[in-house]
Design a protein around this ligand. Structure first.
Ligand SMILES: [Zn+2]
Length: 163
């Protein structure tokens, strides 16, 4: 296991559309193990997408306080409900947060680490994390979705959760 370095803007890998995982082999499993370790290396981390650790594959992990970790391979959002404005940050854009419009709840589908199809329905922070992490897989960052560029502001590093 290893804690991987986090890629930050303007690293071009963050803007690349990722490839689907065709086989969940040893290297994919090792990557997921390392992503989970990286996610838990700092308690402010809520989620991580593979491009953030330099791998252009459709893999995301989410770890929220008091919840079981979620591993999602080839994940995609299949349903969005409602709208709300949230304050959001990203591990790949350290030191900043901004206002983004997100759904109230989403349903995502994909594969678990054993290749079994799963559906995850999330509200609140989980819904936000699913949208944020799955956006990463298409090269989309929250700064692309700001309600207004003026909402982007500097934060103290220990302030809040970032994805
Ligand atoms: Zn992010």
């Amino acid at each position: 296991m290893a804690v991987l370095p986090i890629r930050t803007v303007p690293d071009p890998i963050l803007r690349k559309k990722t490839k689907r995982v065709t086989t969940i082999d040893k290297s994919v499993k090792k990557l997921i193990t390392d992503m989970l370790e990286t996610l838990h290396a700092d308690e402010g981390r809520a989620g991580l997408a593979a491009p953030q650790v330099g791998v252009s594959l459709r893999i995301t992990v989410i770890g929220l306080p008091e919840e079981e970790d979620i591993i999602l391979i080839n994940g995609q959002i299949v349903r969005r409900r409602g709208e709300r404005i949230v304050n959001e940050g990203c591990l790949s854009i350290p030191g900043y947060m901004g206002e983004v419009k997100r759904a109230e709840s989403v349903t995502a589908k994909g594969l678990d680490i054993n290749g079994k199809e799963i559906r995850i329905k999330g509200e609140g922070l989980l819904s936000q994390a699913l949208e944020h992490e799955l956006d990463h897989l298409d090269g989309v960052l929250y700064i692309d979705k700001l309600t207004s560029p003026d909402t982007l502001h500097k934060i103290q590093p220990e302030d809040t959760e970032t994805e």
